[in-house]
Design a protein around this ligand. Sequence first.
Ligand code: GLC
Ligand code: GLC
Length: 650
Amino acid sequence: MTDRSWANLERGCRERLAASAAASGLDASGATSGLAEFSSRLDLEFRRLAESLWELYRDRPDFAFQLQALIEETFAGFQARSEPLRRRDRESPPESGWFLSGTQVGAVAYVDLFAGTFNGLVQRIPYLKELGVSWLHLMPFFLAPEKESDGGYAVSSYRRTNPALGSMDDLERLAGILADEGIALVADFVFNHTSDEHAWAMQAKAGDPAHQDFYRVFADHADTAAYQASLRDIFPEARSGSFTWSPEMNKWVWTTFHSFQWDLNYANPAVFRAMAAEMVALANRGVSVLRLDAVAFIWKKIGTGCENLPQAHTIIQAFQSIARLACPSLLFKSEAIVHPDRIAEYIDLRECQVSYNPLLMAELWEASATKDARLLSLSMRKRHRLPTGCAWINYVRCHDDIGWTFADEDAAELGIKGGDHRSFLNDFFLGTFPGSFSRGVSFQFNPVDGDRRICGTAASLAGVERAVADGPGEDLDTAIRRVLLLYGIAYSAGGIPLLYLGDELGALNDYGYEDDPARAADSRWVHRLGWNDELVAGRNAASSITGRVYAGFCALARHRKAHAVFGAQAVTVVDTGCRAILAFRKQAAGELLAVVGNFSDRPVELDATTAYQVLAGRQGSDLLSGRLVLPGEPLELEPCELLWILSSTQ
Ligand code: GLC
Ligand code: GLC
């Protein structure tokens, strides 16, 4: 398209916008309607949005109409935005970098399991504040099928909540209270699929062709087979293949995940428009951050694995443009559990400003099993840096399984064979490998390629469950330190740490899900824990396991918040020559932080020369133990000990 064609297109959009604002009886100056403000945002955003959509929909004869309608609908979303949220938009756009500060601590919970309801969650705020939480991800709370909903990831309406939790108005009220307490609310934008009970799916089932076109439906099995040949199964224990027969439609429908999760058809611009409106409506309830679920899968192309295609990025960038127009303080967090090269491609100020860091997560566990931090060090050196203004979400485990998503080529640099290593890690975390400290549970074993993933709470995977069974002793001390070692690295590597609530109390696996028919087939429920009065009541008992773990978590948050250096995103990895040790430094605001972790279950001593190097020749003090560390002396670490050595650079 020429510049002139773009200008014509833009003029058409603006004329239609003005006409519809006038028709709705608003003042011609645009002052009350906000048209003037929206128009100035459009000055910056129009070309970007239009070009993204052109990439996707250039073949559509109604392209101009679709774009006009989208902009008009986005304007309606902008008009519905409340004054406090507009203030947030002015004060905290993504470029302000508010989320990069070391004061951020993230946490994640299911509303029902953690607090019963949205209103009940208000009572939990003091608890969250003890842990320094400033970023709260509430697992999907939307209306969902009663029987099976993939933990809420099968959404039946983006505008309604699961009634057991309260209403959307309750959620909005909660968001406001959280904001007043300095806690940003994070919610899922499950935009790859809806449940088969969503109104769009119901209309599709009833035979409406316009709504059948909201999904990827196929009359002919041969057409599905052509795609299927290059797809992987995400939940191989539940089913094989990515297509589900719908007897109502007499057609096949694309279902990447479960058969009741229907993949949306983004090749249809009406789907993009409809989801853009849902996104803005959710943001208007006070959500600060959207977790973009399953980003890798949103575009399909025959002959490919239908993951991470270029158009997936274009779609997210187009959603980003919509956010900039209607609710510009909204952040996007990417959930891509894929090869590290692909993960990085989603992270950009104009795409997803923050991203889960599944590589750090997987390699923290990998280093724990092997007692060798070389792969972790290598990845941190090679892959930790992000575009300026963007941040990692560093976590140790989440509501999903742990998959071994390291790059085979990174492993090969260390002489490690990726495939063999993954089998070893699975055996280790299942606890079947001799000498393993772990008690994990298998998830989605695929007999075709032998692949599987691992579930479990941090404490159970780190050895606490096994050590408790064996009785008090050194292994238990080491296991407790291991939990804090892993989380302590997540709390100090650049980015936002994310605590999976329950882990701060050293909670163990809950095998009760096996007796619940709706959950028994999904072992991720083993680590989706509820609020536990007994553990919470015991959190300040200094000598108990719970008390020791809890005190550790509070200390991590306290130190993090007290020192600006934790906000530094860039890290310098130091090679200590000792396999069991991960060491990195970061620097900011006149402070230098050396993070040193021992992954061995034996004590390790770094000689004076190495210690000097780690500390960059400075004297410091370990925030976690309070001990003084001198550059000319050897440095000793207990089994699984973590040091946060702070020095002044002034
Ligand atoms: C995401 C969620 C996962 C869910 C899947 C399908 O990856 O984290 O729990 O099963 O998407 O929505
Ligand atoms: C796969 C997918 C990821 C999803 C997970 C659910 O790893 O890549 O998106 O969350 O399965 O278990």
